[in-house]
Design a protein around this ligand. Structure first.
Ligand code: PEP
Ligand code: MN
Length: 341
């Protein structure tokens, strides 16, 4: 909250009361009296004024509007840190010139399955392996993931291929075991505003892939990143994965405009997940290309050896050969926007 616009009929008494209120919060004022209106510029660190407090100030007599210039997310904002943040995972940098591809199945289904896919996606040029061991399923009767057993298979696939692994954490009770095996911890769309979970991962030194909630605004998403950062962990990668709209032709509506918007608002790297964004395998390639053109720092793509038999998200999973073809099609687009893949 940085600028307070007064009503034309605001009295000296109103102004005195507003100034007193601000001074009681350690803030200074600069009163500018125009011919029609008076404006109060607030001086000092206003980031400690909560939105609730701002709303309370807004209803004080004589005030017409309160405008915040500083963003409510401070650590995540570009104003706070102008340079792009890069997250380095064993020499693989997310947020640099190279667009990093995270690929693998929705869920780890068996040991051989994850090892086979890891080898295939590596051969196609992916830099990271993904796979869920704790799956957030809509139905309690659906496959829930292999838990720690799945994490062990991921670690074995990493050992064989050298690909660092990305896997989801759903519950603070599983944090030790997930952190033990993961190179990047995914916070899924359903948990973007699970604030206790965000604070837990914020106090650990592990890169976090923070997916956008189904109906989260960009501001809410950045506030979720701020929760993590407020505890000290600055290694955050944002992941656009589509939001829910009235449209039913695709599983979600992939908000690619979020990429350039985020590039203005935050220094954090941005990855796009076209697989969950569209929900259909044959729409993944065009949206992957569009995401690269829009400036994404990486892509998260679901790949399965045999999508017809997948235990989750088969409909949106690419077969390895198709994924490999997509990788080669992405290269000229990346170079056209000054990036490598
Ligand atoms: C996933 O990555 O498999 C997943 C469940 O993603 P989201 O949280 O975006 O739905
Ligand atoms: Mn999935």
């Amino acid at each position: 909250m940085d600028i307070i616009v007064l009503k034309p009929n605001a009295t000296e008494e109103d102004i005195r009361r507003i100034v007193k209120k601000l001074e009681s919060r350690g803030l200074g004022v600069n009163i500018s009296k125009g011919t029609e209106r008076t404006v109060i510029g607030v001086i000092g660190d206003t980031s400690k004024i909560s939105e609730e407090e701002e709303d309370a100030i807004r209803v004080m007599p004589g005030i017409e509007d309160v405008m915040r210039i500083l963003k409510p997310y401070k650590l995540a904002s570009r104003d706070f840190k102008a340079d792009d943040t890069t997250v380095d995972i064993e020499g693989k940098v997310i947020g640099g010139r190279k667009i990093q591809i995270i690929a693998g199945p929705c869920a780890v289904e068996s040991r051989t399955m994850i090892i086979n896919i890891a080898e295939k996606v590596k051969e196609a040029g992916a830099s990271f392996l993904r796979g869920g061991a704790f799956k957030p399923r809509t139905s309690p009767y659906s496959f829930q993931g292999l838990g720690e057993e799945g994490l062990k298979y991921l670690a074995e696939a990493r050992e064989r291929t050298g690909l660092p692994v990305v896997t989801e954490l759903m519950d603070p009770r599983d944090i030790e075991v997930v952190i033990k095996y993961a190179d990047i911890v995914q916070i899924g769309a359903r948990n973007m505003q699970n604030f206790r979970l965000l604070l837990e991962v914020g106090s650990r030194d592990k890169p976090i892939l923070l997916k956008r909630g189904f109906s989260a605004t960009i501001k809410e998403w950045l506030m979720a990143a701020e929760y993590i950062m407020s505890k000290g962990n600055q290694k955050i990668i944002l992941c656009e994965r589509g939001v829910r709209t009235f449209e039913t032709a695709t599983r979600n509506t992939l908000d690619l405009s979020a990429v350039p918007v985020l590039k203005q608002l935050t220094h954090l790297p941005v990855v796009v997940d076209p697989s969950h964004g569209v929900g259909k395998w044959d729409l993944v390639a065009p949206m992957s290309k569009a995401a690269v053109a829009a400036g994404a720092d990486g892509l998260l793509i679901e790949v399965h050896m045999n999508p017809e038999e997948a235990l989750s998200d088969g409909e949106q999973s690419l077969k390895p050969d198709y994924f490999k073809k997509l990788m080669s099609e992405l290269r000229p687009i990346a170079s056209a926007v000054g990036r490598d893949i």
